[in-house]
Design a protein. Structure first.
Length: 442
């Protein structure tokens, strides 16, 4: 055994390591899996777990959960990382597990970053999982459908761990300030808004939140026995300055409004600036992507029908790869929408139709376009006289689809932007044909 030298100093563990939850009562987040009566909690408490994979972003408690399972189980617990282990190490652990099985002892093997193992390394687990020599618990930040062998994946239950909410992170930070394993033995003055600032900056990552808190406390202003941590201290530690903001507060809505209105005004430079302000402040890229999808129909619409396709593609890209990589996808769609021709005809059409719908909710559907799945409905003339458009040469008829009180109402008003003049021409031709057909009794 290696002996310490006279010159070695004890190394203090990082705050995140010192505060690692010891049991489920200290674990924060993942209520959908670990709340009272939820499946994973029941499996842990009854010590009946099977092979499983924890999939989630960094800092949400995958490794911590595996360690809690180790504390509850009556099995041998072995863990190693896919970063430092190869086939040789895997086989050695498997042989130990197989020997333990012969004596009636289970082995739980925790593999961190299992997605880093190649196919051959993952295949080495398979026979031991099948025989029951090991219960495999893998942790990954990548979609296991793509990164874990199908044969191995089919023998594992996948549990999705979500990013912690800002409220969860704030609870964790307050615990760190009171717990003796954290800063409970010190006097730390940190206002609630500063705690919330760190919670927002962490963006769902508990490890990042605790690391930021530790840095902020160590760099706080010492006044006698009290350490004062201010907003300025946190901004210096995170290099975020005034970019940080409350995701539920006024500035959150001010910035998304600035982005939306810059795109509407065809100003790509301003739009990209406001986009970067939000992303660098820790805003959820999926929130921005959702607002962009809305913009594509509200402010562009049929002036450029591809706008919605690209907006949805940008959302999917954000979902697949997250920040910081997806910043370029959001930039691309923001610039595209800024330069696209603008039309609010979809918004106008819906709002006008909505106004009529709210005032006429009891307006009956015309009998001619009602469905008639039963004999009684047919006897009541449901669907009688319905004209199936595909049966006609023009693929349309003069049949009235609006209630009588609204039969001449128009909701869609094409603009002269982008492709909408083409749709306007088509719409006018349709209306002219139907008018002529009605006069002719068609």
């Amino acid at each position: 055994m290696q002996q310490p030298t006279l010159f070695e100093q004890p190394v203090s563990q990082p705050l995140a390591a010192r505060l690692r939850p010891r049991d489920l009562s200290e674990y924060i987040g993942q209520k959908h899996l670990l709340g009272e009566g939820k499946i994973l909690r029941r499996l842990i408490e009854s010590d009946t777990i099977s092979s499983m994979i924890f999939w989630g972003p960094p800092g949400v408690g995958k490794t911590t959960l595996a360690r809690i399972i180790a504390g509850h189980t009556r099995s041998r617990f072995t863990d190693f990382s896919a970063v430092t282990s190869g086939i040789k190490e895997i086989r050695a652990v498997m042989e130990e597990a197989e020997n333990a099985r012969r004596f009636g002892e289970r082995t739980i093997l925790f593999v961190d970053e299992i997605h880093r193992f190649n196919k051959a390394q993952q295949d080495a687990f398979l026979p031991y999982v099948e025989r029951g020599s090991i219960i495999l618990i893998g942790a990954t930040t990548e979609n296991p459908s793509f990164e874990v062998n199908g044969a191995l994946l089919s023998r594992c239950k996948v549990f999705v761990l979500n990013a912690l909410s800002q409220e969860d992170i704030a609870v964790l930070l307050r615990r760190a300030l009171k717990d003796e394993r954290g800063f409970g033995t010190q006097k730390v003055d940190m206002p609630d808004d500063v705690i919330d600032l760190i919670a927002a900056f962490a963006n769902g990552d508990a490890r990042m939140a605790l690391s930021t808190l530790e840095m902020a406390v160590l760099n706080g202003d010492l006044d006698g026995q009290t350490v004062h941590v201010t907003r300025e201290t946190v901004e210096q530690c995170t290099s975020k300055k005034s970019l940080l903001y409350d995701k539920k507060g006024e500035e959150h809505y001010n910035l998304i409004s600035a982005l939306h209105k810059s795109m509407r005004n065809s100003d790509p430079d301003a739009a990209v600036y406001w986009l970067s302000r939000m992303l660098e402040a820790g805003e959820d890229p999926l929130y921005i992507a959702r607002r962009i999808v809305r913009f594509s129909a509200e402010d562009v619409g049929l002036a450029d029908p591809r706008a919605m396709e690209l907006a949805v593609a940008a959302y999917q890209a954000c979902h697949f790869i997250g920040m910081p990589e997806c910043s370029v996808h959001l930039t691309e769609i923001v610039v595209y929408l800024s330069l696209a021709p603008k039309s609010n005809a979809m918004e106008v059409a819906y709002m006008e139709a909505k106004a009529d719908a709210l005032h006429m909710l009891d307006e009956p559907v015309p009998l001619i376009i009602r469905n008639a799945p039963t004999a009684l409905m047919k006897d009541l003339n449901y669907g009688r006289g319905y004209q199936y458009a595909h049966d006609y040469k023009e693929k349309m008829t003069a049949m009235q689809c609006l209630p009588d009180s609204l039969k001449d109402r128009t909701y869609y008003h094409p603009t002269d932007q982008g492709l909408e003049p083409r749709y306007a021409e088509r719409l006018n031709a349709i209306k002219a044909w139907k008018e002529e057909a009605r006069k002719g009794g068609k």
